[in-house]
Design a protein around this ligand. Structure first.
Ligand SMILES: [Zn+2]
Length: 89
């Protein structure tokens, strides 16, 4: 069947794409999957999915924010939490 051929082709494509991301990708803000698995989330510009997602062949849920701005946001969140604690006491 034609459908089976397409499936095996996309499986091969995903495997080579995942390898390409592992080699040439950059670290981005972890998607929910990578965060839950404790993985480093990597992607390349032309794909909208990270390496782990390409390997899994699932739709992607991250906003693909570079890790540098993610860290910046976390610092702001921590600061906000500290301010909230001050309000409580
Ligand atoms: Zn990921």
């Amino acid at each position: 069947m034609l459908v089976e051929k397409q499936k095996s082709h996309s499986t091969y494509y995903r495997a080579s794409l995942a390898q390409n991301i592992a080699k040439n990708g950059f670290v981005v803000m972890p998607c929910s999957w990578c965060a839950s698995q404790g993985l480093v989330c990597k992607m390349i510009a032309r794909t909208k999915r990270c390496e782990a997602y390409v390997r899994r062949g699932r739709s992607y849920d991250s906003s693909s924010i570079p890790l540098s701005s993610y860290k910046l946001r976390r610092i702001k969140d921590a600061k906000r939490r500290a301010e909230l604690k001050l309000d409580e006491s």
